[in-house]
Design a binder for this molecule. Structure first.
Ligand SMILES: [Fe+2]
Ligand SMILES: [Fe+2]
Length: 135
């Protein structure tokens, strides 16, 4: 069972960014699945690594557009990405040191964070992006 499902209400109106959000949701669901199926620590650590790498790429893409289009909320948005990066880095280090066992709470945290970030923070750039013709 998926922990998170993309629907049209998540759309930020830009195909590339929507596709990235869909991929992130898919990876969170894969983590959830790996945890439920009791896949080994190695499989879990691979998925965690993949997901955080992809998240990093997504943040860079979004921040690039915000900069390019002169979005006034760039700094506040970057700060939110930064807070997540710090948390992700800590998790990743713990996974790599073998100290960390993926729990439902962690998957739930990621899913809640992403949902809230898309719905509240990402949504704030949508009118400017649309106005500037980014699709
Ligand atoms: Fe985003
Ligand atoms: Fe964002």
């Amino acid at each position: 069972m998926a922990i998170m499902i993309w629907n049209q209400s998540y759309s930020v109106g830009v195909t590339e960014l929507d596709e990235q959000h869909k991929s992130l949701i898919r990876m969170i669901n894969e983590m959830h699945y790996a945890m439920n199926e009791d896949k080994g620590q190695e499989a879990i650590s691979t998925i965690v690594e993949q997901m955080f790498g992809y998240m990093e790429g997504h943040f860079t893409t979004e921040e690039g557009y915000m900069q390019q289009l002169g979005y006034l909320g760039l700094q506040a948005h970057q700060r939110e990405h930064e807070e997540f990066r710090a948390k992700a880095l800590d998790l990743r280090n713990r996974v790599n040191r073998g100290e960390f066992v993926l729990s439902f709470e962690v998957v739930q945290f990621l899913s809640d964070w992403l949902q809230n970030h898309i719905m509240v923070t990402d949504m704030k750039y949508t009118s400017l992006f649309a106005e500037k013709g980014l699709r």
